[in-house]
Every structure is written in structure tokens, then in C-alpha cells.
Design a protein around this ligand. Structure first.
Ligand code: ADP
Length: 591
């Protein structure tokens, strides 16, 4: 084991056990009780049975024998019951712990800087963290079992060694030599296994591909129409042959080492019996002690093997679980300040802002400068891909500009407390998501009825809600509730708007809020826009230019730049202007 994997193990144990102990300290108390009972168990027999044997061989006092036997049986029974009980409790804790860690991963994933959530490496890390804490490692429960077993085995080994050392120190020396030789054999075998695993994983992947695709109904049509059965089966067969060949290679190569291990074990046992028996015959100790030594030697052997297994398991499991540690420590992508922000109308300024998405070379925004006064309503228009949504993402600090700066009330937004800054914005993105909760929970996230009714009316969902038996307490979608409703795209959009308005942030952002609405609903939203938004600042992205009329100013995005900027009347009069042309083209349909 190298230094790196050792530090991984300590990191995993520290983080996992620390987190688990804070939430469920009882789990570790039970683990300790179980370990103590497990350590005690073999010693009951080892320490007490010689007394019975010597009594049989010598004293023949029935009363004493019965007392010893009873002591063994009762103590062992009590220890077994304790261990059993502990296991039941630990399994329950195990369930709770694994749920708890799934929640922690989810929580951390939601709190990550947004730009990281579009990063492939991060998405992979989330998946690795999840599976790493799953059956791969057995989670905290699986790892703790091995760690405590390891500690227990160390104590047992110390105990067995002590027993043997008192009466037959030479046996101990022989055992030690055998252990060293054995470690050599085991290492050899493990190496071969790893080599075979590396070779097999490719074969297994192919095996899975052919094996599964043959039975996957989605491939059914193509397999039949392109007569792929033969090819698939041949490929599968040849793959199976390869796989079998690797298994055979592994078994053949490992065989001499397994054989040597077996022979060594037999030789050691033979020596142990002869040596220990010889000392007993020579009268160094009683028959009882002889049986005690034989039992200790056997137990020591088994426990050493157990210890080796514990170590391999701990290394393996911690390696998987380490992905969780990596994920939870994922570095923040953004600098965050600590200046407080209060909810009030804000002056917003973009100063020479340029932006490229991480991992790309294209300037999606190119030297944007614009000032928005407190309470101003700005309409943003432009062709698809002009950078409108990106502009909003930068404003909401989901990403930081590549060049230039964004100021809120004259201060660079990086200097503000991130959470408080986020509270200033209530955006409805094009790809907004509603949750499979009730209407109420989707909008207000808590109970406050008066405002909720007002909002439902404002966004035009009153009719729909009235028709529902449970009104605003009806569940959306059918994930959790058979009787949940599936709102149409337009209804969902209205709900999303209501949710944004409820947030009561000084800046409202609607990114094509009417895309899924029918013309009547759209007209309603427009008509009520000023009531809806009130004195708040508003950013309004829309393809329908008629909606621009009720905004104070319009910014026309084109090729990552603000090509035109002004009021509707000003822009309409620019000869050959982008806005004037777009407006003219659309007006035809509305006239
Ligand atoms: P608009 O809202 O004006 O339609 P966007 O701001 O959504 O335009 O997109 C501007 C450009 O940025 C487009 O070319 C788009 O493909 C690109 N883009 C958007 N999101 C990402 C992303 N997460 N990663 C890389 N490129 C992106």
C-alpha cells in the first residue's frame, strides 16, 4: 500500500465517519459494543475449555465441570445475542446512513456554482460520488464494518499471540515465518488477479454490449431488418471464448501459488501439532493447555487471513468512497464576496463585458456596455443565438464575465454576498422546471394564502385552479400522485411566472415567457405586465416585438453585441435598422 492510498483511506474515514457521527452517533456506539463482543467470543472457549479438559483428565470433579461448561455456554450465548442484536440495529442505521449520504450529495449538487453543473467532469464526479457511496463501498456501514472488524482482529491477534507466547514461543516464531511467506504468495496471486481484471474489463464490456443488445427490444427492428443475428451471435461467441480464456489463464497462473499456500498451511499445522504435543508429553503443560494452544494457533491463522481480507476491503471500499470526498470538496468556480445586498430597486451596469462559455473559444458576448436605471423595464430582442439568455445568466451570476465587469449600484457584483445577490433576481428561464409538488408549493414554497390567490388571478390560472377538486393543493404531474394534473406548456409557464413574482425580488426576468402561450393568454400577460411587475426592474426577452412597446427601452442583440438601443419609437425610425425590419416583418401578421 503506498502513501497515496493510505492518505485516501484516512481522508475517507475522517470525512465519512465524521459526518455520520454527527448525525447518528449511536451507530458508532453499537459498532464498538459489537466489536467488543466479537473480540471476547473466541476467548471464552480458548480460556475456559482447557479447564474442563484438565478436569476430565485429572480432577474429575463433576460439579466443577458443569460450572465450567455452563460458563462457556451462557457467556457464548449472551455474546451471540449481543452481536445479533447489534447487527440488526446496524443494518437499520446502514439504511438511514445511505439515504442521508444520498441527500448530502444531492444537496451539494444543488449548491454547486451553476457553471460547474454544465461541466461534464463535474457531472461525472456526481455520478462517481453516488455510485462510490453505493454498493461498491457499502457506504459508511460497509466501510465501518471492515474498519471495526480490522480493529477487533488486531485485538484478537494480540490475545492469541499472548496465549501462545506464554507456553510455546517457538511456535510463534514458526507462525511468523509462515505469515511472511504467505504474504508473498498472496501478493503474487493478487497481482495476477489485477492483471486478469484489466484484461477482462474490456472483454466484459464487449460481452455486455453483444449480450444485452441481443435481448434489448430497441435493437429488435434493426437486428431483424439488417439480418444481424448471425453476426451478433458470432461476435458474442468469440467474446465468450476470449472471456473464458482469460479466466482459465488466471486460474492456471494462480494455481502454483494457491498450491504452495495450501502445502505451507499443512506443514505449519503438522509442526504445530507435533511441537505442542511434544511439549505436553514432556510435561511442560497439561492436556488442557495443549488443546488451548492448538485452538489458539488455528484461530490466529484464521484471524490473520481475516485481517488481510479487512485490509484489502478497506483499501478497495475507501477507494470508491473517495469519489464522495472529492465531490464534496469540489472547488468553487467563483470568487464570492461578503458585501450585503438589500432588496431595493438597483442600478445595473455592464461595463465592456465579454464572455465565452467555459471550454469554448467563441465570444458569445463581445464588449457589452449598458446601464439600466432602478425600476427600468428593458426589452431584449435579437435572433436565436444572439446571446440574450447568456446576458441574463451573467447578470444572475450563474457565470462570471470573461472580460469586463458588471456593477450593481456601482459595486462589482463579485464583491457581494452570493446568496443575497441571488435573492435580487426572480427569473423565468426558457427551460424553467416546475417540481412535482402542489400548485401552492410550486409558487410560494410556504403557506401564505392571500398573495397566492392574487397571483393565480394575475397570471390567469384562476379558471384552471377552480376546476380542480383540491384547488391549489392539487399535485402537479403524476410522479407521486395518481391524481396529479399535467398542466399544458402555457399553464406551466403561467405557474413559473407566478413563482417568479412571488419571490418578490427587485429584479424580474422573463426569458421568452410567452413562447408557449396562446395569443389570448399572451395578450393578457402583456396587458397586465406593468401590474405584474410593478415598480420592479424588469428584463424581458421576447421574439414578439409588439411586447417591446410597454418596456422603457429596447436592446437589440446581434452577433454578441448590442447593435441598437433606445425606445420603441427611436428604434423604429432607424432606416434599415434591425429592429425596424424585424418589427415591420412581424407587424404584417398582426395588422
Ligand atoms: P439567445 O438567448 O439569444 O438565443 P444564448 O445566449 O442562449 O442565445 O446563446 C448564445 C450562444 O451561446 C449560442 O451560440 C449558444 O449555442 C451558445 N451557448 C449557450 N449556452 C451554452 C453553453 N452552456 N455552453 C456553450 N455554449 C453555449
Amino acid at each position: 500500500m503506498n502513501k497515496q492510498s493510505l492518505s485516501k483511506i484516512f481522508a475517507v474515514i475522517k470525512v465519512l465517519f465524521g459526518t455520520a457521527a454527527k448525525k447518528y452517533p449511536g451507530f458508532f456506539v453499537v459498532e464498538v459494543i459489537k466489536t467488543l463482543a466479537t473480540v471476547g467470543q473466541p476467548f471464552v472457549g480458548i480460556l475456559l475449555s482447557p479447564l474442563i479438559i484438565d478436569e476430565i483428565a485429572g480432577g474429575r470433579d463433576i460439579k466443577k465441570m458443569v460450572i465450567y461448561a455452563a460458563a462457556i455456554i451462557i457467556t457464548e450465548a449472551i455474546l451471540t445475542i449481543i452481536i445479533d442484536r447489534c447487527n440488526t440495529v446496524l443494518n437499520k442505521y446502514g439504511e438511514r446512513l445511505s439515504n442521508y449520504f444520498v441527500i448530502l450529495i444531492g444537496k451539494h449538487a444543488m449548491e454547486l456554482d451553476f457553471q460547474l453543473t454544465e461541466d461534464k467532469a463535474v457531472l461525472e464526479q456526481i455520478e462517481k460520488a453516488r455510485t462510490g457511496m453505493d454498493w461498491y463501498s457499502g457506504g459508511v456501514h460497509g466501510i465501518a464494518e471492515q474498519v471495526f472488524m480490522f480493529l477487533g482482529n488486531v485485538f484478537k491477534i494480540v490475545g492469541f499471540i499472548t496465549v501462545i507466547a506464554i507456553h510455546a514461543p517457538l511456535l510463534l516464531a514458526v507462525v511468523a515465518v509462515c505469515v511472511v511467506i504467505n504474504v508473498f504468495f498472496v501478493t503474487k496471486r493478487n497481482k495476477i488477479e489485477l492483471e486478469a481484471f484489466a484484461k477482462l474489463s474490456k472483454v466484459n464490456r464487449l460481452f455486455g454490449y453483444f449480450g444485452w443488445n441481443i435481448v434489448d427490444p430497441r435493437y429488435g427492428k434493426d437486428i431483424r431488418l439488417y439480418e444481424a443475428q448471425g453476426t451478433m451471435l458470432d461476435a458474442w461467441r468469440s467474446n465468450t471464448d476470449k472471456s473464458n480464456k482469460h479466466w482459465k489463464w488466471q486460474a492456471d497462473t494462480q494455481f502454483p501459488y494457491s498450491l504452495a499456500e495450501g502445502i505451507l498451511s499443512v506443514l505449519r499445522s503438522v509442526f504445530a501439532y507435533f511441537y505442542v504435543a511434544l511439549l505436553a508429553i514432556k510435561g511442560y503443560y497439561s492436556v488442557g493447555t495443549f488443546s488451548q494452544l492448538v485452538a489458539s494457533e488455528g484461530a490466529l491463522d484464521a484471524t490473520l487471513a481475516g485481517l488481510v481480507w479487512n485490509i484489502t476491503e478497506i483499501v478497495k471500499r475507501c477507494n470508491y468512497a473517495y469519489e464522495y470526498v472529492v465531490f464534496m470538496n469540489y472547488p468553487a468556480a467563483m470568487v464570492k464576496g461578503d458585501k450585503p445586498v438589500i432588496k431595493k430597486p438597483h442600478a445595473i451596469e455592464f461595463k465592456h463585458v465579454s464572455f465565452m462559455y467555459p471550454g469554448t473559444e467563441k465570444k458569445v458576448l463581445d464588449d457589452i456596455s449598458i446601464k439600466i436605471q432602478p425600476g427600468e423595464h428593458l426589452s431584449i430582442v435579437g435572433l436565436n443565438g444572439a446571446g440574450k439568455t447568456t446576458f441574463i445568466k451573467l447578470l444572475c451570476r450563474l457565470y462570471d464575465p470573461t472580460e469586463g465587469e458588471i456593477l450593481l449600484d456601482g459595486v462589482n457584483i463579485k464583491e457581494y454576498d452570493y446568496k443575497q445577490y441571488m435573492e435580487q433576481f426572480a427569473p423565468v428561464f426558457q427551460d424553467f422546471k416546475l417540481f412535482a409538488l402542489t400548485f401552492r408549493e410550486n409558487i410560494v414554497f410556504e403557506e401564505k394564502d392571500e398573495e397566492l390567490e392574487e397571483l393565480i388571478k394575475l397570471v390567469g390560472l384562476e379558471e384552471m385552479v377552480k376546476k380542480l377538486d383540491k384547488g391549489v393543493d392539487t399535485n402537479l404531474f403524476k410522479f407521486f400522485d395518481e391524481e396529479g394534473v399535467e398542466p399544458s406548456g402555457g399553464e406551466q409557464q403561467k405557474l413559473a411566472i407566478a413563482r417568479a413574482l412571488y419571490k418578490d425580488s427587485p429584479v424580474v426576468i422573463l426569458d421568452e415567457p410567452t413562447a408557449a402561450l396562446d395569443p389570448v393568454a399572451e395578450y393578457d400577460i402583456y396587458r397586465q405586465f406593468n401590474t405584474l411587475v410593478g415598480g420592479r426592474s424588469a428584463f424581458y426577452i421576447s421574439h414578439r416585438l409588439s411586447s417591446c412597446k410597454f418596456c422603457d427601452r429596447i436592446a437589440v442583440f446581434h452577433g454578441g453585441k448590442i447593435a441598437e438601443y433606445g425606445t420603441h419609437d427611436e428604434l423604429e425610425r432607424i432606416p434599415g435598422g434591425i429592429y425596424a425590419e424585424m418589427f415591420e416583418a412581424q407587424a404584417k401578421y398582426y395588422k
